[in-house]
Write a protein that binds this ligand. Sequence first.
Ligand code: ADP
Ligand code: MG
Length: 355
Amino acid sequence: MFFSPLNWLLGLFSLDIGIDLGTANTLVNVRGKGIVINEPSWVAIEKRTRRALAIGAEAKKLSGRTPANVIAIRPLRDGVISEFEYTQEMLNHFIEKAHEQSLVPMPRPRVVVGIPSGVTEVEKRAVYDAAMSAGAREAFLIEEPMAAAIGAGLPITESRGSMIVDIGGGTTEVAIFSMGGIVLSRSIRIAGDEMDEDIIGYMRAKYNLLIGERMAEKAKIEIGSAFPLPEETTLTMRGRSLITGLPEAVDISSIELREALSTSVQIIVDTIKDALEDTPPELIADLMETGICLAGGGAMLRGLAQRVSEEVNMRVWVAEDPLTCVARGAGRILEDYDNLRKLLVGLERGSTHHF
Ligand code: ADP
Ligand code: MG
C-alpha cells in the first residue's frame, strides 16, 4: 500500500480496523499500518471445560496432534458460523491483539468485518455483537465478494459490470457487480478444503494410503493444477497404509493430482458458467472487456485462470496478492468511509447503526 501522510495522521487519532473473517484465514488490516494480523481461523479447545486454549496459528499447529483432552476446530469451516461462541472469541482475540499493538492508548476502533455472503441474519448479528463486545465504537459488515472486489481494484461503483470469483477454504463465491451493487451471485461449498478432501480420497482409493489434511494441502499447493503444466512434476506423499497399517510413502505425479482435483475444479467452472448464463447481455458485453478476476487462496491453484478462460472464452486473471483482497477491500472502505459506506450490509433490526 502506498504511504499517505493524511492516512498516517488519521491513524494516530483513530484505530480503524478492517477484518477478513475467512473460513481458513483471518486477517486484520489497521488503517495507516496495513495488515498486522494474518492467522489461520482455528481455535483449540479444552474438551472438558469447553475453554479456548489457543487461537490462530498456535491452534492450527495443534490440529491432528492434540492430546485427548484438547480439540482444534475451525469455527467457520464451511462458510457458515457453525461455532458461534468460538467465532466470537476468535474475533475478540484478534481485535484486542491489533489494539494492543498500538504504542499509545487509542480510542475505540471503527470496525468493518467481511463475512461470507451465505450467513444468516442471526450469524450477522453474532459477528456484529462480537465486534462491539471486543470494544468497537462502531461495527459494520460487508459481504466478502464485495470486499474482495474492492481490494482487487475492480471498478464496482461504475455502471459497467465487473466480476469476481473468490475461492477460499470453505466456499467459492461468484459475484457480478454494477453501480456498487451485486447484480448476481452464487455461493458454493466447494473450494480449497474440498480440494484437500479430493486428494485424501484419491490417495485412499488408488494407493490405499491414508494421508492427513496437511499433507493433502501441501500437495495441492506444491503440485496441484487445473490445466496441463509446462513441466509435470512429482511429490512424495507420506501416510499410513490401509493394508499393512504401517507408515508408507508413495510418489505421485502432478498429472494424477490434476485428476484428483478435477471434480471440484469442474464444479467451480460450472458455477461460473451458470452465473454468466443468468447475466443480462449488456453486462456480458462489459465483462467481455473487463474479464473475470479470481481472488482468495484457491485462485493460486496453478492453471486455474487459464482453465476458466478456456471454458468461458473470456479473459481471466488472478488478483494481485489474492489472499489479502478482502482485508484490503475492508480497509479501503475505512479510508474512504463517506463515499463507500453505502456498500456495507445493514442488519435487519435492533442495530445501533444506520446508513
Ligand atoms: P478463506 O477466505 O476462506 O479464509 P483463503 O482465501 O484464505 O480462504 O484461502 C485459503 C485456501 O486457499 C486454502 O484452502 C488453501 O489451501 C488455499 N491455497 C493457498 N495457497 C494456495 C495455492 N498456492 N494453490 C492452491 N490453493 C491454495
Ligand atoms: Mg475469503
